[in-house]
Design a protein around this ligand. Structure first.
Ligand code: CA
Length: 365
């Protein structure tokens, strides 16, 4: 286990060593004298519950831990750049740091989707295990370090397993997916399409109106806490689980590589540690608030909370494997990352089955 941890950390160590070498070659100013003012762009609405509030805490933690030597001003989506331009803005240095989700950048590189969520993929514990001890983070950094991207990514938040979404009509069989117009991005959307549905991609701010007016029949966003923030319980009656499409979506901080290596070593460590703390804290916040919001939805809002029928999930799973197999053939980065991801998922699934899964069943006896 120790040896595996050292191997997993090798990529990060190389990055730090390279940065130290550049630092020594620079002006020779003492690290404690240097102050940095950074801009942070995000894909979230201002102060959005969970994600936006987590980012605000991250910035406070970095400023406090650095005694004010690294100050970061946060810009919500559209304040400096639109949500889906965060990757380019940080890559090009318009902002030094950004927060969002890697699967938003699938048009830059489809392999990025593995670093957020894959349908029927991994839950939050399995995802963190792959990232920190299973080779995932090294692959993530290798991909983002390409000259055209010029980024250093850090795991920085997770919503935990999501809900399957809000539906105006019940889903009783695979036939009910035919012609279903649903807000569902990424690979999940492609899977729905193969099952006969019509996937739509909408930003958070547009989901409620689209669902309420009937321009879409269904929508997935996150889970009870975040979905109630959008008021989705007033737009559809049926709330399905589980979130097969996003079982443990990881969020990311991305830092411009030139900006990162310019920081003295202690500030680089502070950025890394603050992101790691956010990764834990956001998950804890979502878990606690989802439990509270679920109770409200069940008792006060009269929402019909139901599991997807097994044959529907089986069909979606089958199409997921079909989509992934095609992606592996089309893209060598996907092939390399998929090999690590799927090998790890297989081992993790066995351990999860006789640990968390077995325990949760026991608790309900
Ligand atoms: Ca979602």
């Amino acid at each position: 286990m120790k040896r595996r941890a050292l191997v997993a950390g090798a990529g990060a160590s190389a990055l730090v060593l390279a940065a130290c070498a550049r630092e020594q070659a620079s002006t020779g100013t003492g690290p404690s004298d240097q102050h940095f003012e950074w801009k942070m762009v995000t894909t979230w609405p201002p102060n959005f519950p969970g994600m936006g509030s987590g980012v605000n805490q991250l910035v406070k933690n970095i400023e406090a831990a650095s005694a004010g030597r690294l100050r970061i001003k946060v810009y919500a989506a559209n304040e400096l750049v639109p949500a889906f331009e965060v990757f380019d803005a940080v890559s090009q240095g318009t902002a030094e740091i950004g927060h969002g989700a890697a699967y938003y950048w699938k048009n830059k590189t489809p392999a990025s989707q593995f670093f957020t969520a894959i349908p029927f993929g991994m839950n939050v514990m399995e995802m963190n295990g792959w990232m920190y001890y299973g080779g995932g983070l090294d692959l993530y950094r290798e991909l983002y370090a390409r000259p055209q991207f010029n980024l250093v990514p850090f795991p920085a938040g997770n919503t935990g397993v999501q809900m399957g979404g809000w539906f105006k009509k019940p889903i009783r069989s695979v036939a009910d997916l035919q012609g279903l117009k649903m807000r569902i991005p990424g690979i999940g959307g492609e899977v729905l399409k193969r099952a006969g549905g019509i996937p739509v991609t909408l930003p958070a701010s547009e989901i409620f109106t689209a669902l309420q007016t009937g321009s879409i029949d269904a929508a997935e966003w996150v889970g009870p806490y975040n979905d109630m923030a959008l008021g989705l319980q007033d737009a559809a009656r049926y709330y399905y689980y589980p979130g097969w499409q996003e079982p443990g979506p990881l969020l990311e901080c991305i830092v411009n590589q030139d900006a990162f290596v310019t920081l003295p070593g202690d500030l680089r460590s502070i950025v890394e540690l603050a992101c790691s703390a956010l990764n834990d804290q956001m998950m804890a916040e979502f878990f606690a608030r989802n439990a509270n919001s679920l109770a409200v939805l069940e008792k006060d809002e009269g929402v019909e909370i139901q599991p997807f029928p097994t044959d529907v999930l089986r069909e979606l799973r089958r199409y997921t494997e079909e989509v992934l197999a095609e992606m592996v053939v089309e893209n060598p980065d996907v092939a390399k990352i998929y090999e690590s991801f799927s090998g790890y998922r297989q081992r993790a699934a066995r351990w999860s089955a006789i640990s968390e899964q077995a325990f949760l069943k026991t608790r309900n006896l």
